[in-house]
Design a protein around this ligand. Structure first.
Ligand code: F6R
Length: 253
């Protein structure tokens, strides 16, 4: 029996705690690790837990490097809605990471050579309501690598809430590609809230298809999906994939 994916179901508090501990353990055991990071509402609790841990235990990030999944194009890096600003506010300004070790995909050749020289040890992912990972929208070929993309209408409406008026939101972004994401050693995807339940069910129980980019993660050898009870609500736990193999499902709290 082969396990395609581990799925952990718990409260948001337990998820933030467990995922932050995995990252802290990696940083302590491999002080030069490369972390692949995401923005959005999903990972904010994990970053808060990392900041708390740094204040309490002085976990040392001074040799750690990071690369974020995506960044808007044609938006100043110090704009309040840039992903650089998000990362500085949620994490980088509160731990002892060197800002010159933190990277965003703002030019394709730079990121391609960075990833070649610095394989990512652990990638943190959220998932869009349409199944996107990074800004790899439905229909993106699994072979795609880092590039400039036009954001889908779904994503534009999902993210417009962060801008004062919807027309201020950039229509293009740089994103790591699906093939870049599949090259990392370990992947953790988190999904919370009832609005993620439908896409999570399709990602885990439906076909692996470019129409749902996150479904490709089932082909990666080391993926753990953390779901709160709302995001897991539509999973049919009597299916063979859970009872006879394919997905290892664990209730953590
Ligand atoms: C952000 C990113 C996106 C988000 C996704 C979910 O860097 O790569 O794919 O992970 O849009 O966003 P939230 O967490 O706000 O629901």
């Amino acid at each position: 029996m082969t396990i395609d994916m581990r799925v952990m179901i718990g409260t948001k508090t337990i998820i933030d705690d467990q995922v932050s501990k995995i990252i802290i353990n990696l940083v302590n055991t491999n002080p030069k690790a490369v972390l692949g990071l995401a923005t959005g509402s999903t990972p904010a609790g994990v970053y808060a837990a990392l900041v708390n841990d740094h204040i309490t235990h002085r976990t040392d990030y001074h040799l750690i490097k990071t690369i974020n999944l995506d960044e808007y194009a044609n938006l100043d890096t110090d704009h309040p809605n840039s992903y650089r600003t998000y990362m500085n506010n949620h994490l980088f300004d509160h731990i002892n990471i060197r800002l010159e070790h933190t990277h965003f995909p703002d030019s394709t050749p730079f990121v391609a050579s960075f990833l070649e020289q610095h394989p990512v040890n652990l990638q943190l992912l959220g998932i869009g309501n349409n199944g996107h990972i990074g800004f790899n929208e439905p229909g993106t070929p699994f072979e795609s690598s880092v590039r400039l993309v036009s954001l889908s209408d779904d994503t534009l409406s999902q993210n417009a809430r962060y801008f004062e008026t919807p027309d201020q939101m950039p229509k293009k972004a740089y994103t790591l590609g699906i093939s870049d994401i599949l090259k990392v050693h370990q992947i953790i995807l988190i999904a919370t809230g009832p609005h993620k339940a439908r896409i999570i069910k399709q990602m885990i129980e439906g076909p692996i298809t470019p129409q749902l980019p996150a479904s490709v993660l089932r082909r990666h050898p080391d993926v753990t999906v953390y779901l709160d009870h709302d995001a897991a609500a539509l999973l049919d736990q009597s299916l063979d994939i859970y009872t006879k193999g394919g997905v290892a499902l664990d209730i953590i709290a």
